[in-house]
Each structure stands twice: as structure tokens, then as C-alpha cells.
Ligand binder design. Structure first.
Ligand SMILES: Cc1ncc(C[n+]2csc(CCOP(=O)(O)OP(=O)(O)O)c2C)c(N)n1
Ligand SMILES: [Mg+2]
Length: 883
């Protein structure tokens, strides 16, 4: 838009400057808000933009001064840079293809250094430390710093990415592999940021409930600009804004590049992110230009330099750092003669040295200082950097710099000289590490800095004070029969949860988490009883206030109701499930969700939970492809147990009865919080109502290990006997089938409840493995084989899951096995119809049992076909797998 009256424009701007000077920013902001309101009243179209100029948010006069020794810190940073590079190069020299990254940390070194020197607090006795999410592939920089601090040895650095013998350094941050070092797995792009948001959220939740004092603890998350394209990165930022998570700081390393090339070659990623975060209620601090630009900007009275900064796209900004000073003069400043004039006294080298904000410790320090003071808002720092900074022709700002793993000797020499590393030319070839003397000023300085901030980072606490969990008898009601009342296993679970919450010892640590689905699972009674956590409390009278189960939001609420946001709810669970480590406060989170929207939806977060050594329960409610009958293809889960089993430390169960659930949950609590086994639990529950029987005696161990006898036929003399196994609601079909077999075909049955095929098979495979490696010793026998014994009768297993789930047992069963399961896309219909469609109902179980007997020539095959006919099963029925 043209300026029709520049004098008038200047007067308005001067008036604003004058208010800022004489009365401060707050007053200026107030006046602007008033003008804004008046403009709206007058119907004036306001500029839509939520972005500011492409320049630093913090004006030079407001920059808080960095107190330390700039030169000393640069020397230290240079040593960190060198050792990080050396580590990756040496690892690849030893074993080509082992990988590692140089360019990302090169661009982020200052961002981390300033944090380590002044901001990240370690844990002290009175307060757990800040939580820092380190960008996964910048890990070489963290190892290099720890090496200088004396925390890691040369031998360990030389074992970068040699993880198998347990003494090496993990490729990326993995608490599972380095449990005393890394806290959070971050290398799967997007999982770091979303975890960080929910860590900050849960930190405030725990403090609101007086369980862990928050103090001014912070959560720092370092991420890449390319990573911001992940839905998980930006998907939950509005929660952070809404909840005013002032304890949260994102540092986005905007080196303008990702793996293949520019993040936004034709646009400006920093400006885009500024708009997105500001719109979500964040405090945005852009750190775009380093201090060498200050003078130029100061001298640029016309605003043309700023205009040029605004108009240049990221692809060009990358070119400047790739091509150097002369190119920058010609293509950046050269667009306008006035700008060429501005830099006419500068050499090309000086133009090249015009630094970017993220490489200027002063600018970074000023930004962090404001970030930690932010009140009522999370802060994002958008730091402009150069990918592959310092690698020169070895890859600085090149499109392929992400994958650079080594420099040739010439570039290594340039790198060494640039950063002043005391390594001689003849040593260069071997890229030795460099660590100054123990009492060198550098090491003393860096150790002193960390000591003043409470100790080294990264650092993870593995141990915690064990909890005493309730004995099984606390769940008496759930162990007994429900009498004539028919209830679902989901409802039984909710009762167990209520019992737990009332427990005087551990009740306050139990946290139910739901993603807008509490009513689906019959948990709405908890709304009023426990309250739903929100930092705002309840500013309205809910319309159902007079009802017993009204929707009660509360600053001290216990329930985390995370909205329709499975990734968010899972991240909240993960934050609580790791509170034993991050806050020395073991918590017992139960995340209850539609089983189909569990692992399938948030699989990578579940995997990260395993890595994090989460402790808690995931409840896949409404499980079973034919049991959740009315919802159709996208809802009906027949495979979550298979997905759960892919996570090595996730124990998964498919309980049928209330007492089974009680036994599993009680043993899970004991296992995780008393015996401190490193695992978490996934339990499926279902929404079909039936009478819950009382627990038979002596079955507890079997329930936990995965199988127990539900019914044994007495002293069988006939050969007409089969063994039936089932799980979940389909166990009831098995029981019904047993009756039909007896009454209509005089066939005897044993029935087993399979509470966990996954646990049985894991144990069985461990036994197989032992036997393989101990050929001369007496072979061990798997638990399931011990239980079932050497039977010869046919076995039929039926579940509401894909056949692959129960098929895993085939290896451990002694006689012929037929597995029935629900392969194929689900669909909506009555349970009865669906069970016929998927071929898991009582009649199919009977047919499979008879076929087993016929194949053993105990009965005629014609008996089977007669049964098929009498049950009105069409033998030419389409296979549900293909329908
Ligand atoms: C979910 C996921 N997808 C892909 C990758 C592979 N990957 C690792 S780093 C990277 C590029 C990262 O770019 P950016 O976030 O800008 O970080 P930078 O290295 O530039 O700091 C990619 C694609 C990954 N680690 N995780
Ligand atoms: Mg990047």
C-alpha cells in the first residue's frame, strides 16, 4: 500500500516511540489495543497478519547482557564442535555406514551452549531439574560436551553407535539404552515437541494437586524447523497457549533446511512459524540477526534493509551462506543501490561474517532470559542459523549437508583453524579428540558453570521410592460374582479403578486420562467425584450442575480429559508414567481409550513409552472386532493386542471376567511399583454385558501368566473329547459351544481362559531360546506346555482378534489346533450376525471341534457336515478376510 502522507505517518510512529520511551512497552501495548478496538468499531479492515518484520523481536536496547566470558565460551564451544565432528568421523572410519550427523549440531551449538552455561538446571535435593528435550540427531554435540566435562571417556566416544555390548553411546537419545543419561527419546520427529508440551502440562497438574512442587522449573524443547511439518509438533501447541504453560520453552533451530533441501525455499519458515505460534497464544521471540547486523540496521534510516530482509526467501538466504560474501553483496544488498552503499566499506569476508541470530551468544542469551521470565504464556524462540555452520566447502548450507559424515583433510584443516583447535597437521588424518588438561581454564569454567546450575545434563534418574500396593483382597467385590447383574468388563474395570482411587495409600497417585470418551466407558460418575483438571477452574455454572454426575471442571481436578486428541492424551499418560523419574514421584496413570484409536493411532508414542520406561496402564476399551458391534470398519478392533506385542516391555492382556482384571491390575501394580520391573501394561476391555462369575480358587498365577483352566471334564473315558480355549467375550461363546458339544454330540471338553497369548508366547520363546543354547542340559518346558500337558485331543482357540494372535501358540500346543479369529475389515451389525460373519461364534467353534475329532477319525466327517447344515452355515460363504 502506498504511503499517501509520509509526514503524517512519521508523526504517528514518533508518537508511539515517545510512549515507549517515556511510559514503557506495556503502556504502548495498551494504546495499540485501544486503537485496535476503535478501528474495529469504525469498521476498518485491520491487517490480517500475526507476523512482524523479519528481524529480532528483542530490540538491542532491551537485550539482557550475557554476564560470562564470551571468548572462553567460544573456545569451549569450539572444542565441543571439534569433538562432535571427531566422534562421528572416527565412528565411520571404523565402520563405514554406521552413520551420525554433523551438520545439525553445527547449526545448533550456540543454542545449546548458552543453555548449558546459564539456563538448564540440574536436579538438586529440593527441586528436580529442568527437563530438556535434545534434538535427536544433535546428540554428538551432547556427547562431546559430556566428554569435556569428564562424564564420558575416549573409549565411550569411540563406541558411538556401538550399542550392543552396552558400553557404547546410543545413536540418538534413548533412555532404554542409556538409562542414566538420556531422559527422552526425541529422534522420531515430532514426538519431542508433543511430549514436552505434555510434560509442562503435567508439571502444572502435579503442582496444582500439591503432589510435586513446580517452583520455576522449565521444560525446554529443542527441535528443527523441518520437524515443524510433523502434525505432532504443532498439533498440541494450542493446548500450551490455552493453558498458559509459562514453564515451557521451545527453541526451534531455523537453519532453513531439512534432510533433502530447504524447509520453505520459496517462503519464510520463521515467519510462518511466528504466525502459527502467536495465533496459538505463545510468546514468540525471533532471533534472526546477530549483533554484527545491529550497526547496519541502525544506519538504515530508510527501512530499505528491513524491506530487503522481509522480501528475501529462504532459498536465497541459504544461497548467501553457501556462496559467500561476494555473492551476498551482489544478490542481497545489490538489489537496491542504497543497500550497496550501506556495505561499500565492508570486505566480502566481513559481509560473510554478518552473523545469524542463532549463532550469536549475546542474542541467544537475551532471548532465553526473556523466555524464562515469561508469565502466562509458553515461549517459542525462532533462531535463525546456518545448517552445517563452519563446515565451509565441506557442506555449509549445501542441500546435502544433512548427510555429511566426514570432512576431507583440507576442509578439516580449515575447520580446525577457524575454531582454533590445537591439533597439528600431521595428526589431522586421524581426527583425534581434544580435551584440555583437567585444570585448564576451559574445563574449570565449564564445570563451574554446571555446578552453579545444579549438576550435569543430560541426566536421568532411574530409581524411585517403591510404593506399597493394595493386596488382592482390596478388590473383593470384583473377585466375587456379579450375581444376576450383567456387566461388561469395561464397567468392571471402572469399578476396579474406583476402588484404587479410594485406596488410602496410593489412591491419590492414580490418574484417569480420557480423550473425550469417558461417557462411552461409563466413567462419567468420576466427573463430579474427582473433577476434571483445568488450570482455569470452572468459570461457568454447568447446565447439569443439579445432577449427581455433573461436568465439574476444577483447578484441583484429578481426571485429565484431553479432548479428541489421542496423541495428546497418550503424551499426558507418558508424562505421568515417567514422573517417577522426572519428578521422583511415581504416579499411576490409566489412559482409557477406544482400543482402535490406541496403538494404531499413536503407535510411535507407545514405542517411545517403552524406550522411556513408562509405568502405567493403557486400557483399550471397546475392544473385540465383533464385540463393539455397531460402529463399523474404522472402530472395530481385532488387532490391538498384536500391535501391543510389538513393544518389548509392554505386557498385554485380554481379560474376560472382572476377577481376571482385578488380578492382572493388582499384579501389574506390584510388578511396576513394588518390584520395579521396567514395563507397562495394555489391557483390553469390552462393552458386552454378561454375568461376572466369582473367581475359582488357585487361578491367580495362571491369570497373570496367561492361561488357566476354566473347566475340566471329569474322569474322561471317551475319546470324544476336545480342548477349547478362548479369551475376551469370545470365551463366553466357547463356554456355550462346550454345552452344545456335550448335549448334541456327547463330546467332552476342557476349557481354558487365555488371558494373554502374548505373555505365554514370550515365555515360551524364552524357553526355546534357552534350550537352543543349552543342548546338553535337561530341556525346560514352557509354562503353557506344563499347564496344558501332553493331551492328544484336538484343540480349538477362538478369540475376537485376528487369527495371527492365537496362532502364536501353535508351537506350544501338543495336538492339532484350529484357530478361529476375526480377520478382515470390521463392519456394523448385531453381535450375533458379526460372530457368524467372522466365524467365531459358538457354532463355528463346535464345527471346528468336530472337524478336529473327524480328522483324528474319532467321528465321521459326515457328522461335521451335518453340523454345518444344522447350524445353517453356508459352506460356500465368502471368506470375511476378503470382504
Ligand atoms: C518421523 C521421522 N521421519 C523422518 C526422520 C528422518 N530425519 C531425521 S532428521 C531429518 C531432517 C530434520 O530436519 P530439521 O527438523 O529441520 O532438523 P535439522 O537437522 O535441520 O536441525 C529427517 C527427515 C525421523 N528422524 N523421524
Ligand atoms: Mg532444519
Amino acid at each position: 500500500m502506498d504511503d499517501l502522507d509520509p509526514t503524517e505517518t512519521r508523526e504517528w510512529l514518533e508518537a508511539l516511540d515517545s510512549i515507549c520511551r517515556s511510559q514503557g512497552d506495556e503502556r504502548a501495548s495498551y494504546i495499540l489495543a485501544q486503537l485496535n478496538a476503535r478501528a474495529t468499531e469504525n469498521g476498518i479492515d485491520l491487517p490480517q497478519s500475526v507476523t512482524t518484520h523479519f528481524c529480532n523481536t528483542i530490540p538491542v536496547v532491551r537485550e539482557k547482557k550475557m554476564p560470562g566470558d564470551l571468548f572462553m565460551e567460544r573456545r569451549i564451544r569450539s572444542l565441543v564442535r571439534w569433538n562432535a565432528l571427531a566422534m562421528v568421523m572416527r565412528a565411520n572410519a571404523q565402520s563405514d555406514g554406521i552413520g551420525g550427523h554433523i551438520a545439525s549440531f553445527s547449526s545448533a551449538a550456540t543454542l545449546y551452549d548458552v543453555g548449558f552455561n546459564y539456563f538448564f538446571r540440574g536436579s538438586s535435593d529440593d527441586m528436580p531439574g529442568d527437563l530438556v528435550f535434545f534434538q535427536g540427531h544433535s546428540s554428538p554435540g551432547m556427547y562431546a560436551r559430556s566428554f569435556l566435562e569428564g562424564r564420558l571417556s575416549v573409549e565411550q566416544l569411540d563406541k558411538f553407535r556401538r550399542e550392543v555390548d552396552g558400553t557404547g553411546l546410543s545413536s540418538y537419545p534413548h533412555p532404554w539404552l542409556m538409562p542414566d543419561y538420556w531422559q527422552f527419546p526425541t529422534v522420531s520427529m515430532g514426538l519431542g515437541p508433543i511430549q514436552a508440551i505434555y510434560q509442562a502440562h503435567v508439571m502444572r497438574y502435579l503442582s496444582a494437586r500439591d503432589l510435586v512442587a513446580r517452583g520455576n522449573r522449565k521444560v525446554w524443547a529443542f527441535l528443527g524447523d523441518g520437524e515443524c511439518d510433523e502434525p505432532e509438533t504443532l498439533g498440541a501447541i494450542s493446548l500450551a497457549g490455552r493453558e498458559g504453560l509459562e514453564n515451557l520453552i521451545f527453541v526451534i533451530n531455523c537453519n532453513l533446511q531439512r534432510l533433502d533441501g530447504p524447509v520453505r525455499g520459496n517462503g519464510k519458515i520463521i515467519q510462518e512459524l511466528e504466525g502459527v505460534f502467536r495465533g496459538a497464544g505463545w510468546n514468540v521471540i525471533k532471533v534472526i540477526w546477530g549483533r554484527h547486523w545491529d550497526q547496519l540496521l541502525e544506519r538504515d534510516k530508510s527501512g530499505l534493509l528491513l524491506q530487503r530482509m522481509n522480501e528475501v526467501c529462504d532459498g536465497e538466504l541459504q544461497n548467501y551462506k553457501y556462496n559467500g560474501g561476494a555473492y551476498t553483496r551482489e544478490h542481497f544488498f545489490g538489489k537496491y543501490p542504497e543497500l550497496l552503499e550501506l556495505v561499500k566499506d565492508m570486505t566480502d569476508e566481513q559481509i560473510m561474517a554478518l552473523n545469524r541470530g542463532g549463532h550469536d551468544p549475546y542474542k541467544v542469551y537475551a532471548a532465553y532470559s526473556e523466555a524464562i521470565e515469561s508469565k502466562g504464556h509458553p515461549t517459542v524462540i525462532l533462531a535463525h542459523t546456518v545448517k552445517g555452520y563452519g563446515l565451509g566447502a565441506g557442506g555449509q548450507a549445501a542441500n546435502d549437508t544433512h548427510s555429511v559424515k566426514k570432512l576431507d583433510v583440507e576442509n578439516l584443516r580449515i575447520f580446525r583453524d577457524r575454531f582454533g583447535i590445537p591439533i597439528s597437521d600431521d595428526q589431522l588424518e586421524t581426527v583425534p579428540y581434544y580435551r584440555p588438561e583437567e585444570n585448564s581454564p576451559e574445563l574449570i569454567y565449564m564445570k563451574e558453570r554446571r555446578a552453579s546450575l545444579g549438576g550435569p545434563l543430560p541426566s536421568r534418574k532411574s530409581d524411585f521410592e517403591e510404593m506399597s500396593v493394595p493386596a488382592l483382597k482390596a478388590f473383593d467385590k470384583q473377585l466375587g460374582s456379579s450375581g444376576k447383574r450383567e456387566i461388561s468388563s469395561t464397567m468392571a474395570f471402572v469399578r476396579i479403578l474406583s476402588t484404587l482411587i479410594k485406596d488410602k495409600d496410593i489412591g491419590q497417585y492414580v490418574v484417569p486420562i480420557v480423550p473425550d470418551e469417558a461417557r462411552t466407558f461409563g466413567m462419567e460418575g468420576m466427573f463430579r467425584q474427582l473433577g476434571i483438571y483445568t488450570s482455569a477452574g470452572q468459570k461457568y455454572v454447568p447446565h447439569d450442575r443439579e445432577q449427581i454426575m455433573y461436568y465439574k471442571e476444577d483447578k484441583k481436578g484429578v481426571i485429565l480429559e484431553e479432548g479428541i486428541n489421542e496423541a495428546g492424551a497418550m503424551s499426558a499418560w507418558l508424562a505421568l508414567a515417567t514422573a517417577y523419574s522426572t519428578s521422583s514421584r511415581p504416579m499411576i496413570p490409566f489412559y482409557i481409550f477406544y482400543s482402535m484409536f490406541g496403538f494404531q493411532r499413536i503407535g510411535d508414542l507407545a514405542w517411545a513409552s517403552g524406550d522411556c520406561q513408562a509405568r502405567g496402564f493403557l486400557i483399550g476399551a471397546t475392544a473385540g472386532r465383533t464385540t463393539l458391534n455397531g460402529e463399523g470398519l474404522q472402530h472395530q478392533d481385532g488387532h490391538s493386542l498384536i500391535l501391543a506385542n510389538t513393544i518389548p516391555n509392554c505386557k498385554s492382556y485380554d481379560a474376560t471376567y472382572s476377577y481376571e482384571l482385578a488380578v492382572i491390575i493388582q499384579s501389574g501394580l506390584k510388578c511396576m511399583f513394588e518390584d520395579k520391573e521396567n514395563c507397562f501394561y495394555y489391557l483390553t476391555t469390552m462393552n458386552e454385558n454378561y454375568v461376572q462369575p466369582a473367581m475359582p480358587t488357585g487361578v491367580e498365577e495362571g491369570i497373570v501368566r496367561g492361561i488357566y483352566p476354566l473347566k475340566r471334564s471329569q474322569e474322561v473315558t471317551t475319546k470324544k473329547k476336545v480342548t477349547l480355549m478362548g479369551a475376551g467375550t469370545i470365551l463366553n461363546e466357547v463356554v456355550a459351544a462346550s454345552q452344545i458339544l456335550k448335549e448334541e454330540f456327547s463330546v467332552e471338553t476342557d476349557i481354558w481362559s487365555l488371558t494373554s497369548v502374548n505373555e505365554l508366547v514370550r515365555e515360551g520363546q524364552a524357553v526355546d531360546r534357552w534350550n537352543l543354547l543349552h543342548p546338553t542340559e535337561t530341556p525346560k518346558i514352557s509354562y503353557v506346555e506344563q499347564q496344558v500337558g501332553d493331551i492328544s485331543d484336538p484343540i480349538v482357540i477362538a478369540t475376537d482378534y485376528m487369527k495371527a494372535y492365537a496362532e502364536q501358540l501353535r508351537r506350544y500346543l501338543p495336538s492339532s489346533l484350529h484357530v478361529l479369529g476375526t480377520d478382515g475389515f470390521g463392519r456394523s451389525d448385531s453381535r450375533e450376525t458379526l460372530r457368524h460373519f467372522f466365524e467365531v461364534d459358538r457354532y463355528f467353534i463346535v464345527v471346528a471341534a468336530l472337524k478336529g475329532l473327524a480328522d483324528k477319525e474319532i467321528i465321521e466327517q459326515s457328522v461335521v457336515s451335518e453340523a454345518i447344515e444344522s447350524f445353517s452355515i453356508d459352506p460356500e460363504k465368502m471368506n470375511p478376510l476378503y470382504m
